[in-house]
Design a binder for this molecule. Sequence first.
Ligand code: DTR
Ligand code: ZN
Ligand code: ZN
Length: 315
Amino acid sequence: MQLSVSTRAAAAGVVAVITLLAGGPLADAASAPPRTAAAPDIPVANVKAHLSQLQSIANANGGNRAHGRPGYKASLDYVKAKLDAAGFTTSVQQFTASGRTGYNLIADWPGGDPGRVLMAGAHLDGVSSGPGINDNGSGSAAVLETALAVSRAQLRPVKHLRFAWWGAEELGLVGSRYYVGRLSATDRAGIDGYLNFDMIASPNPGYFVYDDDPVIEKTFKDHFAGLGVPTEIETEGDGRSDHASFKSAGVPVGGLFTGASRTMTTAQATKWGGTAGRAFDRCYHSSCDTTANINDTALNRNSDAIAHAVWALSG
Ligand code: DTR
Ligand code: ZN
Ligand code: ZN
């Protein structure tokens, strides 16, 4: 049957649509994720499941996950197993602190430019007085779930992605300092940025953004602004978490924080809906830092912000 020109054009359009829907070559081109595809939502239920595992580990190991105690190595083994199963290349770096063996866990996502590394990390140890679920199970679990999301997406960023879980932060940033101290000058220069997440689900949460590097800071601030969540600059003290050693080595750093023992002001409570005059985390470094010491909204928002930054900054 002879078709007119306009009918052929219409038919071609229909074929193209069918091809696209059928996953033909057009679909391949159209469905291939662009390099800067938006980050996926991080299921907060998954993050909370990791926190439950860390709580169980503490319960089974004297109530804590502190450096040099069984609960720390059990925490590391849990995180490592998840990453190995998801296709990461993991390595465990040993060091000694206060006469006890400590461990850093490093997980590399295969691919990307080895000379342009984006890192995201959190300290995995807690204090000896409690299970350390907000400090810092929250950062550890959110970084873990972000790494698993990279695997689920089979992300192929321009930069090489490396995730890290530090030991002995509570003894004085020991594990991260050990890692940075053993980097060659070339490896150090090859780290484009380090993102740190230490206490990101405090029960009376503030939304604080590190202001060390303007590009990283803007990435987080714009993300929260898009959600209508006001943020403040983290001012509780430079050098008080694992980004400090990277910053000292000249690596651009950034991160998120929901507050520790300082009290929330009236202005902050108006801004964030918290409780003025109450500490951001009343269980900071205490036995009550359990899975009950977590604000789910803050955990959810910050987990999604971490994924957004990893996707956006890894190109
Ligand atoms: N040093 C962290 C808690 C902490 C206190 N101030 C800040 C500022 C930025 C990040 C973390 C912190 C700890 O006790 O693990
Ligand atoms: Zn702490
Ligand atoms: Zn901490």
